[in-house]
Design a protein around this ligand. Structure first.
Ligand SMILES: [Zn+2]
Length: 247
């Protein structure tokens, strides 16, 4: 921020410092408050103190609010270079996400988040594996994130592939991880990939199974959840509406 200002005499410098202090205070309030105040930029990055103060529920509420800003066309005005500079020396992300590689569901954009706000692991069909669990354990136990969010999305190609028993190189093995969700989805009617209602029901079930898999296969995260240090949550992103539905 300070680079924007030229050197100046003392009284001006004091006035600017007061202005900057006020701006930062307001930016902080805005971030946990109701949304953007026009003309006041958000703070450039989460600090350790700010992140540590947030509860898992408050973090989920911030993500929900960010998605509301996105889906209603009121995204915050961000200075990415300022965020890059503010985060260069350290990161204090509040959550770790597991979401699909789908090009239409970039978490930071649809949640209106800044550089440094979240860890984000992306893989087709948002399925977990030991490497992803290790990444989540790092995110929460070492780096201090307090929410594990598994996010699926509507009209997911990986889910369709699993329903269709598609086979292709390494993709076959990936889709095998989604197939239990196909079998476990209770749905009467057309259980094919042509039926988007079924595809989306499987995607939701897949998120639920992935969440239970995280708890079962990561005693580290399960322990942190039982002690209330973190929350493991699920969500579905709707490509049509831009809205994220939290479970
Ligand atoms: Zn997908």
């Amino acid at each position: 921020m300070s680079e924007r200002f030229e050197p100046c005499d003392c009284s001006e410098a004091h006035a600017r410092r007061r202005f900057l202090t006020a701006s930062f205070a307001l930016a902080g309030m805005t971030f946990v408050g109701t949304g953007t105040l026009s003309g006041i930029a958000y703070a450039d990055a989460l600090t350790k103190a700010k992140r540590d103060k947030l509860t898992p529920d408050e973090i989920l509420a911030l993500i929900r609010k960010g998605n509301k800003r996105f889906s209603s066309g009121r995204r915050a005005t961000y200075n990415y270079l300022a965020q890059q500079r503010a985060t260069a020396a350290g990161q204090y992300p509040m959550a770790v996400l597991l979401s699909c590689i789908d090009s239409r569901a970039p978490a930071e954009t649809i949640m209106d988040l800044r550089i440094g706000d979240i860890f984000n692991s992306r893989v087709a069909g948002n399925v977990a594996n030991p490497d992803i669990l290790g990444s989540m354990e790092f995110a929460c136990k070492v780096a201090g994130a307090k929410v594990v969010l598994v996010m699926g999305h509507t009209a997911c190609g990986a889910i369709k592939g699993a329903i269709d028993n598609a086979e292709l190189g390494n993709l076959t093995g990936l889709l095998a991880k989604i197939k239990p969700a196909v079998a476990a989805t209770e749905y009467t009617g057309d259980r094919t990939s042509r039926n988007y209602a079924f595809v989306d029901a499987v995607a939701r079930k897949n998120v639920e199974l992935t969440m239970s898999g995280v708890r079962k296969d990561s005693p580290v995260l399960a322990g942190m959840e039982s002690s209330g240090t973190i929350k493991i949550a699920g969500a579905m992103y709707n490509l049509q509406t831009g809205v994220i539905d939290f479970f």
